[in-house]
Design a protein around this ligand. Structure first.
Ligand code: S3P
Length: 179
């Protein structure tokens, strides 16, 4: 073993934040990565849903996207202070003012890249994403990706998550974290 390489315990000095579009695989990958690193996983959307007592579609319908973004901002600030952990964010979390700056300062960020075709294939008839409940989800995804790409690109590590090889992607991330 190369003694210069960091152990999994060493690399977990800060939270690891997964960013990327909806359907890019943040939740599934977060589970495997946190399992491999033996650290807690926090899913920002799940925590908001739990706290608000209603699904995201209902939060959007009752309070609007702006309120959801405020909840997202508050939750992310809290999670970034949790120490060693994996944080799975909602796809639009990066659009919250100042959040990328904060993530960069307090965590290690990973962008799970995924193309629109794969996202559409994965989401299928999913009706839990309010932003995609529109006439043309493909166009909406393309617009969102184009508006967010420069924010995602600020992440420390970029990995392609188009394949369904979760273990392979987890290994790639851990390798990147160790270098
Ligand atoms: C959103 C992505 C969703 C969820 C909400 C808004 C977005 O999370 O936070 O529907 O703006 O891209 P996932 O990325 O987990 O689907």
């Amino acid at each position: 073993m190369n003694s210069d390489k960091k152990s999994d315990k060493d690399i977990l000095q800060r939270p690891i934040v997964l960013v990327g579009m909806m359907g890019c695989g943040k939740s599934a990958l977060g589970k495997s990565l946190s399992g491999a690193l033996e650290c807690p996983l926090y899913d920002c959307d799940d925590l908001i849903v739990e706290e608000q007592g209603k699904p995201i579609t209902q939060i959007f319908a009752d309070e609007g996207e702006k309120t959801f973004r405020t909840l997202e901002q508050e939750k992310m600030q809290y999670l970034l202070g949790r120490g060693a952990c994996v944080i799975s964010t909602g796809g639009g979390a990066v659009t919250v003012a100042g959040i990328m700056k904060n993530i960069k300062a307090r965590a290690i960020s990973v962008w799970l890249r995924c193309d629109v075709d794969t996202i559409l294939e994965r989401l299928g008839d999913d009706d839990t994403r309010p932003l995609l409940q529109c006439d043309n989800p493909r166009k909406k995804l393309e617009e969102l990706l184009s508006a967010r790409e420069s924010l995602y690109a600020q992440a420390d590590i970029h990995v392609d998550n188009t394949s369904n090889d979760i273990q392979g992607v987890v290994n790639t991330i851990i390798q990147e974290l160790r270098t």
